[in-house]
Design a protein around this ligand. Structure first.
Ligand SMILES: [Zn+2]
Length: 167
C-alpha cells in the first residue's frame, strides 16, 4: 500500500548536530536509530536508509568504521556479497521492483554524505516519482518506512527458520 508520506513527521529524523558517525551509532544500537535495523550478521548490518529514495531502499553497513572498500576483510566481503543476494530476494518478494541500483558512493565528491562505508540497494519502479520532486518536495510517494521494516524483518526471520531446517 503506497500513499503520500511526510518525512518531517517521523520521530527518527532528528537533526544530528554531533560529530559522531551516524552509521557507528546504528551499529552500536543507539536509541535514535536502532529500530531501522532489518537484519544483523557478524560483520554486516542491514538497515533501512534514514532518507529512503524509494520503498525498500536499504543500506548494508560493515560494523567496522571503514571508509574504503579495499579495507574490507575477506569475511566482510563474503558477508556483504551474501547479504546483497538475500536482500534482493526479499525485496523481489515484498516490493516486486522492476530493477535495482546497487553501489557505493565512496568519498564526499562522489556523493557519499556519510564517510562510513555502506552499500546502497535501491529498488526501482516503473512509475516512481521523479528525482526532482523527491528532492524538492516535502512529500514523497513511499511506503511508511516502519511498515517496510516490519515486512523485511519478517522475510529475514522466515529465511532464518528455513536455513535451520536445511536446504
Ligand atoms: Zn562509523
Amino acid at each position: 500500500m503506497e500513499y503520500f508520506f511526510n518525512f518531517n513527521k517521523l520521530g527518527y529524523l532528528k537533526e544530528k548536530k554531533s560529530k559522531r558517525c551516524i552509521l557507528c551509532a546504528i551499529v552500536e544500537g543507539s536509541n535514535d536509530v536502532d529500530r531501522l535495523i532489518v537484519y544483523e550478521s557478524e560483520h554486516i548490518i542491514v538497515s533501512l536508509n534514514l532518507y529512503p529514495y524509494n520503498p525498500g531502499h536499504l543500506l548494508l553497513i560493515p560494523r567496522r568504521h571503514l571508509t574504503d572498500i579495499r579495507q574490507m576483510s575477506v569475511e566482510e566481503r563474503a558477508s556483504m556479497d551474501e547479504l546483497t543476494r538475500q536482500c534482493l530476494d526479499h525485496l523481489d518478494k515484498v516490493f516486486k521492483p522492476s530493477g535495482y541500483n546497487i553501489g557505493y558512493n565512496q568519498g564526499l565528491a562522489a556523493g557519499g554524505s556519510i564517510e562510513h562505508l555502506h552499500l546502497h540497494i535501491i529498488p526501482r519502479y516503473q512509475n516512481e516519482i521523479g528525482i526532482a520532486e523527491l528532492i524538492g518536495g516535502k512529500k514523497v510517494l513511499v511506503q511508511n518506512p516502519l511498515e517496510t521494516l516490519r515486512l523485511l524483518r519478517q522475510e529475514f526471520a522466515a529465511q532464518g527458520e528455513h536455513d535451520k531446517k536445511g536446504r
